[in-house]
Ligand binder design. Sequence first.
Ligand SMILES: *Cc1c(COP(=O)(O)O)cnc(C)c1O
Length: 385
Amino acid sequence: MYPNILRHPGPTPIPKKVQLAMNHDMISHRTEEFVRLYQETTNRVKTVFGTAQEILLLPSGGTAALEAAAVNTVSPGEEVVVITVGAFGNYFVSICEKYGFNVHKLEKNWGEACTEEDLSEFLKPLSNIKAVFATYNETSTGILNPIEKLAKVVRTHTDALFIVDGVSCLGGAPAEMDQWGIDILVTGSQKAMMLPPGLALLSVSDRAWNVIEKTTKPAYYLDLLSYREWASKGMTPNTPAISLIFGLSAVCDLIDEEGGFSQTIARHELMKNMVRASMKALSIGLLTADEYASPTITAVYAPDGVEASTFIGHLKEKYHLDFAGGLGHLQGKIFRFGHMGYCFPSDILQAVSLIEAGLQDFSYSFKPGAGIAAAQNVFLAAQRK
Ligand SMILES: *Cc1c(COP(=O)(O)O)cnc(C)c1O
């Protein structure tokens, strides 16, 4: 009866307008109507990527697009650097190892970011690096890596391609793929893009296309050259996720309605600040420093004396507030508060209020209302600007 308040870092709530758009009568993907939908929609999504390149659509999860980025650009035995600051960075390591690349792993502690100094030091002794892989937003810890700066380091020190996993932040964080010098940028539908799972989006620079054209790839379904060839006709090589593309078109409408993508980014920044201020006011620890804090997900330590999974279970059962737990060694220590996509300052006020109710249930010592007031103050200050 009570609606579940989904505050996971993906999948995320779907706007009604997007749901309705996905109810569109099914159409064939080899029709004029599809070509119009595909071309219009992919053109409109370019602002989210900050690119003039084509946006390619795969009927898959984000992982398939990450795998496509790897297998299309690098051959077995070639040298790559993978930056990993958490569980999702480690997936990129696994993909590269699976394909037999020679992986140099730049690993940071969970909760830390990779800085430009870290990367330039790491690259110094290395040579012949074909590609550098990085996670823009590490979903397991709520770290937003300084991707623009890292791109610059890659450009300065190497001829490598810079391949970026933007799955859990594109749509909620700034991205200027062309200007920053990102060669392949990947995202998925079910995080900040306000869609159900099942659609991956990626864009490829001219530099990367040159490499892809020369790479012998053990890939058929994930061969990006065939996606490019079909995209030039406004289509995809195989049957696309047609309903999700109707939904994506509605997502573009919503971004326009918000006043443009810069407003969408500003809303995510505001929600991040509200969440962080409220937890600080409640003396609840945050995993990450403010400087590298994600605009889409915040990792919060369990309140003193409470086990994280117990707290998460309680909030879900009693208040229908649904948070994700920690991954790996952070399981039982943190909860992950997703604030991406179809999520608003009002949702943050609601969630913080219910967190406070849960804290009272656990007899946690705090001044009731302190977290709500802190979040509200951040909200009001932004309204006055
Ligand atoms: C969710 C996520 C993925 C995996 O996406 P799937 O759609 O589950 O395949 C990859 N990278 C990051 C950073 C993610 O948050």
